[in-house]
Design a protein around this ligand. Structure first.
Ligand code: AMP
Length: 590
């Protein structure tokens, strides 16, 4: 019998499913207001708001000071518990160190590091200093790192000695604004590598007391890079007032309660790993697990069980990898503390939702947001019935709709249900991005009237649940990471054999999509297996494993529009054997 065939379309929740009373129920939905939510945060003494105060200081000065804020699990074993009081002292030291270096409010501090405690001290110390934090993913290669440091006017880069030697040393001199490189883990203090500072030495020389820089709601706090179809990556700026959204979503979408042990598996190099791997759990004063190691099914089950994780936030690719490892592995352990599982970043297929039931006795709750929204917008919350395959419903304080664009550049809101269109959000939620750094025009184009246009296609059903349909553009989502085809094409084009390159996302059962490139060659170069491997290696060295193509095919020419744009849509249709759609703008030769 086909089990899937008898699965109901809705997973109904009953009070028996709730281990604790959910923070969000109908009453809270009805009475929700942003000012009431804001009243649950402190604000800075004397006025203003600072994310680091709300996440660390207010707990470090209160009843939770000795509670473990971060429990760090080392890659090769070992564990370090960092209390709120300790986190306060370490981040104060880093803030003092920044101030001592002449780095002030609004200056951009980048961090490129594996998940080690110093990354978190850097993040929170930077926010205390009123500087803007920009985290980069440690699996980026030198090229994406250089691009982002340059676009973001980086003044400080905190990284590890290993990453510095491998990825930064060759590009640092080309970033004109960069004043200081601070190395974690040299253990030898300042000057271990010429032109750099040692993290430990810097902190050892800095005081433990720090008065947080006065910041207000609209002061920039975070800079997250995201990718578009064309052009350079976009630096989405977020403000200190975003803490309110992180708090609200931590409370309602992740259902954090005071005694929870929370584990967000995302890396802080991506927006989820900052908003929910650093900020939201600390806002709620819970214990947050940080695992230094990469994905490993056995290890993950062990962490869930032995660390008594109660709320777990992960991603569809990870869930699919766990599914691949077999449900028996999951069932080999017991997870008495686990009560809520959520997922984000890519479509969560119904199979994965149901697999949660099989493996853990509870479904997985999908939710939707993006770098620009800064926080979760649409969610399956604990009290809601789940429709597997749906992203859920807008959270309180969030207004979503489906729109159609017309030829004249206007939009019409679609009232009917089950009609596909672009997902739009009423502008003005607290963590809405406040700009693409240095790209005002690109930012403005995201808004029409009072709506922010997300670039995602979706539909809404009669019960108000949203269903993801696809992206309206050509960006690629691989293992939950957004990849801009243009960045990959540009890197390939730097190889002397490559005349043109077109990059697409190729559907993959585990990672959602993999990056596939098509290239045509300059005269004098012939396609060969050897050249393919050379190009794969070339791209990987420049772009890093997270961004580089996994597959390359040679084509005599790439299909282009008459205005010269590579038709990635057509490359994709041909690759997948799908109808080619409208090719009226295709250049004659392709
Ligand atoms: P990023 O800005 O890197 O977080 O990527 C955001 C994009 O990821 C969204 O615009 C969607 O295309 C996709 N995405 C995020 N969450 C979901 C979800 N629950 N279902 C489907 N796609 C998602």
């Amino acid at each position: 019998m086909n089990v899937a065939a008898v699965r109901p379309a809705v997973i109904a929740k009953t009070p028996a499913d709730q281990r604790v009373v959910p923070n969000l129920r109908d009453a809270e939905r009805r009475s929700f207001s942003w000012p009431a939510m804001r009243a649950e945060l402190d604000g800075l003494p004397g006025g203003g708001i600072n994310i680091a105060w709300e996440t660390v200081e207010r707990h470090a000065r209160g009843a939770r000071r000795e509670r473990v804020a971060l429990r760090w699990l080392g890659r090769t074993g070992g564990r370090r518990d960092i209390t709120y009081a300790e986190l306060s002292r370490a981040s104060n030291r880093f803030a003092n160190a920044l101030r001592g270096l002449g780095i002030g409010k609004g200056d951009r501090v980048f961090v490129l590091s594996e998940r080690v405690p110093e990354l978190y001290f850097t993040a929170l110390g930077t926010l205390k200093n009123g500087s803007v934090l920009s985290p980069l993913f440690s699996a980026f290669g030198p090229e994406p790192i250089r691009t982002r440091l340059t676009l973001g006017d980086a003044k400080v880069l905190v990284t590890t000695e290993g990453l510095y030697r491998k990825k930064v040393a060759s590009i640092a001199a080309g970033v004109p604004t960069l004043q200081h490189v601070v190395l974690i883990g040299t253990g030898q203090g300042t000057g271990a590598i010429e032109g750099t500072l040692g993290f430990d030495a810097l902190l050892a020389g800095a005081g433990e007391e720090f008065e947080i820089e006065r910041t207000v709601e609209e002061d920039p706090a975070l800079l997250h890079f995201t990718s578009g179809t064309t052009g350079t990556p976009k630096g989405a700026l977020h403000v200190h007032g975003a803490a309110l959204m992180h708090y609200m979503t931590g409370k309602y979408a992740l259902d954090l309660h005071a005694e929870d042990v929370f584990w967000c598996t995302a890396d802080p190099g991506w927006v989820t790993g900052t908003s929910y791997g650093i900020i939201a759990p600390l806002l709620h004063g819970v214990t947050s697990i940080i695992d230094e190691a990469d994905f490993d099914a056995q290890r993950w089950y062990e962490i869930l069980a032995t660390q008594a994780v109660s709320v777990w936030y992960t991603a569809p690719t990870a869930i699919r990898m766990l599914m691949k490892a077999g449900v028996e592995l999951a069932r080999a352990r017991r997870y008495p503390a686990l009560r809520f599982i959520a997922s984000v970043g890519e479509p969560l297929n119904p199979e994965a939702v149901w697999w949660g039931q099989e493996a853990f006795g509870m479904p997985i709750h999908d939710n939707w947001w993006q770098t620009e929204t800064g926080g979760i917008m649409i969610a399956n919350t604990p009290d809601m019935d789940i429709k597997p395959g749906s992203m859920g419903r807008p959270l309180p304080g969030v207004q979503a709709c489906i729109v159609h664009r017309d030829a004249a550049g206007g939009i019409a809101v679609v009232d009917e249900s089950n009609v596909e269109g672009e997902l739009a959000l009423k502008a003005g939620w607290p963590s809405m991005f406040r700009g693409y750094l240095h790209q005002e025009e690109r930012y403005r184009k995201c808004f029409l009237g009072d709506l922010y246009l997300t670039g995602d296609l979706a539909k809404r059903d009669r019960d108000g649940y949203y269903w993801f349909v696809g992206r309206a553009d050509d960006v690629i989502k691989s293992a939950g990471h957004l990849i801009g085809p243009f960045e990959v094409e540009s890197a390939l084009m730097e190889h002397p054999a490559v005349a043109e390159a077109g990059v697409i996302g190729k559907p993959d059962p585990v990672s959602g999509e993999t990056v596939k490139a098509f290239v045509s060659l300059h005269a004098g170069h012939e396609p060969s297996e050897e050249l393919k491997l050379t190009l794969l290696g070339f791209a990987r060295k420049r772009l890093g494993a997270a961004v580089a193509p996994k597959e390359i095919d040679f084509l005599a020419t790439l299909p282009r529009t008459r205005s010269g744009k590579i038709m990635r849509r057509l490359l994709k249709a041909r690759e997948l054997g799908l109808p080619e759609g409208d090719t009226s703008t295709l250049e004659a030769s392709a």
